[in-house]
Design a protein around this ligand. Structure first.
Ligand code: ACM
Ligand code: ZN
Length: 737
């Protein structure tokens, strides 16, 4: 019986290992059999079995993946093609036995099969081979998209083509080209030449993160645009790789570049330059008929360039300040019985919808287009979470899910301070892998309106294409897994295929991808004498993930504050991490939250005494966040100590509604007797400094328990984001010296 059981177990292990292929996104079915099919240096094909474009693509894939020659052989080709009828959309199969057979239902699916075949190939001493196997595959979602913002930073036609190449190798089929924004207009419009003569160029660009004050600017002319001929070339290039381009022309907001060229289409008519700062700006297109006509004229030139179904009209982040004080906008509201400016935006978008629909296309817009009523034919791209998309789907509108939580590739992908500057937020490879555009428990009726998902790559902090690659890869591969594969493997299996089979391929293509997912995860643990950093890292051994941990102890220091650095993997820049520990008397001390932090930003009380300072721009986990304006907490030093200063550090980030406090009161409590019995009050101090990030409070005397009362503004002052609401207070460290 025991033998029987162990035989059965080993079979299970064998079969479950055998079902993992090197194809990403993972195919729906993969069955490997004994043996392999030797290809060596050239693969023969009967070219008459597929169209000439597919044959060209096959030759290109052969070269780019493996330097493999594709040679014609009419009689006895190694690779044969068969057309399938009446099967799921875009499904294909690959059978590798005495020869290779690709069966496909559409030209796109034939291309997908070819990319899968390339990913199956391995090399031995004779050249290339593939394991004998059977692959059956089809996409789970029909919209598998990547977006790229070329307005904040501009990328050349060659770079855009490389972006399309890479996405097509991972079975993406939609490229959302964000062509216009406040900081640049990037598409030639012949009727309005100033859009590119003036709107494509800015005179300065903000340095550093835009929340870093005081701001400095690089005063250099920056910009670029695509001619209509270049656009046609890119569209044809993408089409040959089964990628549809969705152009985005932003309206009514994010319009500063267009209005720099044609200020007459704003509400004020006042000329302003192309914006050099990132953010949201009050000057948007006026809703008057002349502005609507201007945008229709632009769409007249945009629509014929893009053969796909959808035109993206933006619709996000349009402040209504100018519309509110514009007599023309207010007249339009009265004439059309619109109750507020949201309804005016809806009225604006409806006109675009009718115009685009009459031309046989459909509009898609960011989820703000729901506000004030969704236009009849509009599809929605849900970016502020899933809710907008769900609401639109319930109303019977098509939806693409791009929630910031899973799909914003301008967020950090690693927690380390070594990550290159990003806008903020944290969206790890694993988080992307777990993405499902259809939230749990959604019925089939509503789900049927969810077309799929997309990642967005906003480029405020991505000035070079190599950094686009860094932010996109490998997260785009995890996204393709989430969107393509109806029965995803576990994250561990995905990661091991990614690292073993795809990282070498990306290396060969010289893609500047990130290895942050392989960086050690570092936890701070409280010890009796201070803290310990425990670094745990994953490596792939024999196709399995192995974890290894190392600890770095720190004993709380009685001396003046000193800073020590731990470097993990100093030898390899791609996974290196440096962590600075600023030692002090309260390192690892017990902290009691009298006021509970918000559960959203509570990484544990150790964060306040771990000797580590939060990153700026903040990423969340290194800070403790409170959504109240009076905070009380206590620190117990464990024994009576003589101290001379208390330093508390906060975050001031008005754009994230986080304000540093105005007042701190320190009280101290210490035992009356050396055996700890009885309590008496120690010295107390009081500091007042509005919105100060760093508080340095001198303290004279002995103490054991310190009670800190922190008070912030009761509400966010007028004129600042989220005015009138209680500000957040974020603390990263309480140092005691
Ligand atoms: C967006 O991120 N503003 C759509
Ligand atoms: Zn107006």
């Amino acid at each position: 019986m025991k033998n029987c059981l162990s035989f059965l177990l080993s079979c299970l292990v064998y079969t479950s290992q055998a079902q993992v292929s090197s194809i990403l996104p993972s195919p729906v079915t993969y069955v490997q059999s004994e043996g392999s099919f030797q290809i060596n240096q050239a693969l023969t094909v009967n070219p008459s079995e597929i169209n000439s474009s597919l044959f060209t693509q096959l030759k290109e894939l052969g070269t780019i993946y493996h330097q493999l020659r594709i040679e014609p052989n009419v009689q006895n080709a190694m690779l044969q093609f068969k057309k399938l009828e009446n099967v799921k959309q875009d499904s294909y199969s690959i059978n590798v036995a005495e020869r290779i057979t690709i069966s496909y239902s559409s030209d796109a699916s034939c291309y997908y099969a070819m990319t899968s075949l390339m990913q199956l190939m391995k090399r031995n001493e004779n050249g290339l081979y593939t394991p004998k196997c059977f692959v059956k595959d089809f996409p789970n979602f029909q919209w598998r998209g990547l977006h790229l913002d070329v307005a904040r930073h501009f990328f050349t036609v060659e770079e855009i083509k490389r972006f399309i190449d890479l996405m097509s190798y991972y079975k993406f089929n939609t490229f959302h080209w964000h062509l216009t924004d406040d900081q640049g207009w990037r598409i030639e419009i012949k009727k309005y030449p100033k859009l590119t003569e003036m709107g494509a160029w800015r005179d300065s660009t903000v340095d550093n993160h835009y929340t870093t004050v005081p701001r400095t600017y690089t005063k250099a002319r920056y910009g670029g645009f695509y001619t209509q001929e270049q656009i046609k070339d890119v569209v044809a290039y993408a089409e040959a790789k089964y990628v549809t381009i969705v152009p985005e022309i932003e309206m009514p907001g994010h319009a500063r570049a267009a209005l720099a060229a044609y200020p007459e289409y704003s509400c004020t008519g006042k000329a302003q330059g192309v914006e050099g700062l990132w953010g949201i700006f009050d000057d948007i297109f006026c809703s008057k008929p002349a502005s609507i006509q201007f945008l229709k004229d632009i769409l007249d030139e945009v629509i014929p360039l893009f053969p796909g179904q959808y035109i993206h009209i933006g619709g996000d982040e349009a402040p209504k300040t100018r519309w509110h004080s514009c007599p023309k906008c207010q007249d339009i509201m009265k004439e059309n019985h619109l109750k507020d400016e949201h309804e005016l935006q809806s009225y604006f978008i409806r006109q675009m919808d009718a115009y685009v629909t009459a031309k046989g296309k459909k509009i898609i817009g960011w989820d703000e287009i729901l506000e004030g009523g969704l236009s009849p034919n509009a599809a929605v791209m849900s970016w502020r979470g899933f809710d907008g998309g769900l609401e639109a789907a319930k109303q019977g509108h098509y939806v693409v899910m791009t929630p910031g939580s899973h799909c914003y590739f301008d967020h950090y992908q690693g927690k380390g301070k070594d990550e290159p500057l990003a806008i903020g937020g944290y969206t790890s490879l694993e988080k992307v892998f777990t993405f499902n555009p259809i939230p749990p428990d959604l019925g089939p009726e509503v789900s049927s309106y969810i077309l799929g998902g997309q990642a967005n790559i906003w480029t405020e902090y991505i000035p070079a294409f190599s950094k686009v690659e860094y932010m996109a890869y490998p997260r785009a591969i995890a996204l393709s897994e989430a969107l393509w594969c109806a029965n995803k493997p576990t994250y561990d299996v995905f990661l091991s295929v990614l690292v073993q089979d795809h990282f070498p391929q990306l290396d060969q293509w010289k893609v500047n991808y990130s290895k942050s997912a392989l960086k050690a995860s570092v936890k701070t643990i409280r010890t009796n004498t201070g803290i310990e950093l425990k670094s745990t890292e994953q490596s792939i051994e024999n196709g399995k993930i192995k974890e290894t941990s190392i600890s770095f102890p720190f004993t709380r220091s009685k001396k003046k504050t000193k800073t020590e650095t731990v470097t993990i993997h100093p030898e390899d820049e791609s996974i290196r991490q440096t962590i600075q520990i600023t030692n002090h008397l309260a390192l690892g001390a017990n902290v009691r939250f009298v006021t509970e932090p918000s559960p959203k930003y509570n990484g544990g009380d150790i964060v306040l005494v771990d000797g580590q300072f939060g990153a700026r721009p903040w990423k969340g986990h290194e800070w403790i966040g409170f959504d109240t304006n009076v905070i009380v907490l206590e620190i117990d030093l464990g024994k009576v100590m003589k101290i001379h200063e208390i330093k508390v550090s906060f975050l001031q980030d008005e754009n994230s509604w986080i304000h540093a406090p105005n007042q701190i009161v320190i009280e101290s409590i210490l035992p009356k007797r050396s055996d700890g019995i009885g309590m008496k009050e120690g010295p107390s101090i009081d500091g007042y400094a509005p919105n100060s990030e760093i508080w340095n409070l001198p303290y004279k005397g002995k103490t054991r328990t310190i009670r800190i009362t922190i008070s912030g503004e009761p509400e966010i002052p007028n004129g600042l984001p989220s005015e009138g609401n209680i500000p957040w207070i974020f603390i990263d460290e309480i140092q005691i010296n």
